[in-house]
Design a protein around this ligand. Structure first.
Ligand code: F6R
Length: 256
């Protein structure tokens, strides 16, 4: 796990943008995994600008979003499909047939989830996966207790996740209690992963993800098992990482 600390949320977005640009310019047919939420919004704004100025194209790219609420159709303003159109897809040249988001209205959610994992595999697997981090250290909607081997599946959202996301349901719709989420096992198969976290509310989740021995209670800690993970933080999100802390196994040794 490489941990990079930048001065501000804008600088974090600059870093992530530059990594995605590098990926797309190196491999235009890249398969990207993409998150929603507040943290990546400035990344998408920068990518749209880079597309407009001819720096990148998504024409040959394939995308897989991490999750979608069960019960929301793609036209619902709080759906992640609508989020992705608003922040990215309406403004770049990624063909609709290569943009994937789980169908929140699927009549058989288990079949939809299994088909989603098959589609990722058929596309050759994700080359670069971008993740946000929940305040409870969830990744995708893999809440505490999720199996590290889990595949894409229907999940129950934690109460804290529903509370954190209630702000997006401004039209009186009750926030969904379930979602389809890429599993942790699916996530760990991505060849390269970037996790971004900004702001003081993420500091404890970041500490647990980076410093605790991998445990199901801290879904983000599963990322320690991946060969290529970059965690990029602003100062506030990194505030609980002690700079010179040794790995957990050494910390437990009695002083000489
Ligand atoms: C979103 C997702 C979630 C978010 C996380 C952080 O697709 O999978 O794991 O990345 O809840 O959300 P924000 O960025 O809103 O703090």
């Amino acid at each position: 796990m490489e941990v990079i600390v930048r001065a501000s949320a804008d600088a974090v977005a600059d870093y992530v943008h530059d990594r995605i640009v590098e990926q797309l310019r190196g491999v235009p047919s890249s398969v990207l995994g993409l998150p929603t939420g507040g943290t990546p919004v400035p990344v998408y704004a920068r990518l749209v600008e880079s597309y407009r100025t001819g720096v990148i194209s998504f024409k040959q790219a394939t995308t897989f979003n991490l999750d979608e609420y069960i019960g929301l159709g793609s036209e619902h303003p709080a759906s992640y499909a609508a989020y992705m159109r608003h922040h990215l897809f309406d403004h770049v040249d990624c063909p609709a047939r290569r943009r994937h988001i789980p169908d929140g209205l699927a009549s058989d959610v288990d079949a939809e989830a299994a088909a989603y994992d098959r589609a990722i595999a058929n596309a050759g697997g994700m080359g670069l996966l971008l993740l946000g981090l929940g305040e409870n250290a969830h990744i995708g909607f893999n809440e505490p207790g999720s199996d590290f081997a889990s595949r894409t599946r229907p999940v129950d959202l934690a109460a804290s996740t529903m509370a954190a996301n209630a702000r997006y349901f401004t039209d009186g719709t009750r926030p969904p209690t379930r979602a389809l989420s890429m599993g942790i096992g699916t996530i760990l198969e991505a060849r390269s992963i970037i996790v971004m976290a900004t702001g003081p509310r993420k500091a404890e989740a970041v500490r647990r993800m980076v410093r605790e021995a991998p445990t199901n209670e801290v879904p983000g800690s599963a990322l320690q098992l991946s060969r290529d993970v970059t965690v990029v933080l602003d100062h506030a999100a990194s505030s609980k990482l002690e700079r010179h802390l040794r790995p957990p196994c050494q910390q437990q040794q009695a002083p000489q």
